[in-house]
Design a protein around this ligand. Sequence first.
Ligand SMILES: [Zn+2]
Length: 417
Amino acid sequence: MVSSSRAVHRCDILGVGAFSDMPDGLFRSYLSPAYIAAQAQVATWMTEAGLQTHVDAVGNLIGRYAGAADGPPLIIGSHLDSVRDAGRYDGPLGIVLGIECVAELHRQGRLMPFPIEIYAFGDEEGSRFPVAMVTSRAVAGTLGAIDAEMMDAAGVTLEEAMAAYRKAIGAESGGGLHLEQARHGPALAYVEAHIEQGPVLESHGLAVGTVTGIAAQKRFSLTVTGQAGHAGTNSMALRRDPLAAAATMMVAAEELACAAGENHVATVGTLSVSPGAPNVVPGSVTFSLDVRAASDAACAILAEAIIDRFQSVAASRHVEIAHTLLHDLPASPCAAELIELMDGAIAAEGGKPMQLMSGAGHDAMILSSLCPTAMLFIRCRGGVSHNPSESVTSADTEIAQRVLLRFIENLGELHSA
Ligand SMILES: [Zn+2]
C-alpha cells in the first residue's frame, strides 16, 4: 500500500525506542519513563492539532478543544499503557484517531457546539500495579479507596511512582496521592475507537463495527479434590482422580458455551495440579473459569449451567468440588442513541453497519457511569492482540477516522441549538 495512515504511523512511532520500557518489544507501564516519553510525544501532536494539553492528578494526559459554547464536553479516549510484549495499536490508536479528528476540525476552523476533550488514559491494562483501570475510574469518580502502598514488581509503591512521575514532568508534587482530583464533571458523551481484538469483523469482511456494549463477566476459582495415590498400584476402577474429572469439566464448559450461541464464551486459563508428580495420581486440582456474555442474565445462566454440570461430573466421579466467585462484573451497554449514531456514521461513509459485543474490558465500561458511551471497533489481522504481531491496515484506519469524525459532526448537529 502506497499511502500510510498518519494514525498508524504514529502508533508505530510509539511502539519502539524511548517509548518502550523493554529493549526488544513494546512494554509501556503506567508512570514509567517510557510512559512519560510517550505522553510528551502525544502532547506535541495534540498541540499541533489545536488542543490545549494538561495532565490530571492521576497522570492522564488530556487535550482540550474549545466548543462554540462551553458546557459538558464530548470525551474521546483510550489508553496509553500496554501489556508486556504488546502490539502497537491496542490503546494508542484510539488516542491518535481522536487527535486526527480534532486536527481536521481545527484545519477547517470549525467548532462543535460542545468542547472536545481527548483523554490518553494511563492505566487500563493493570500494566504496573495489581489493579487495572485506575485512571479511568478516577475520572468517572468510581475509584473508591485505593492503597497508596501497593507495589509494582520492583517494590515501588504507587505513591512513590506518582511522586517520581510528577517530578519528571516538572509538576508540583503536592505530597501524597490526590487521585480523586482527577474526577470529571458532567460529560456529554464518551467515545472510544479500539482494535477489535477478535476475529468477528475480519470474518465478515468489514473494516469497522459498532460496539453494543462490554460483556458481563464472572470469574471463578474451582478446586476439585479426590484421593492421591501411587500411579502404579491404584487400579483404574477405584481411583478418585480430580485431574481426569477436571478435564471432563473443561470439555463440558466448552460444550455449554458453544451451545449457548453467539456472544457467550467460557475459558479455563489456569490449572494447578497437586502434588504434581508423574508417578502420583493427583490429590487435588485448582483451575480458573472465566464466563462472559452480552447481558448479566445471559452470563449468570451460562455460569450456573457450567457449575451445575461440574457438580454432576464430580458426583459421578466421586470427587469433591468447591467454587469461589472472584469477580462479578456487570455488562456495560453502550448508549442506544449513540449506537444508532455510530451505525449512521458508518453507513454515511459507505460502510455496512455491523454491531458486535466487546468481550474485553475497556475504559468505556468505566466511563459509562459518568455519561453515555459509544465504541467503534476496527478490524485487526487475525483478531490478534496483546501480541507484537498485532496489525491494522492504513485503509481500515482511514475509514475509522472518517467514521469517527462523522460521528462527532452528527453529534454536533444533534446538539446545535
Ligand atoms: Zn486496549
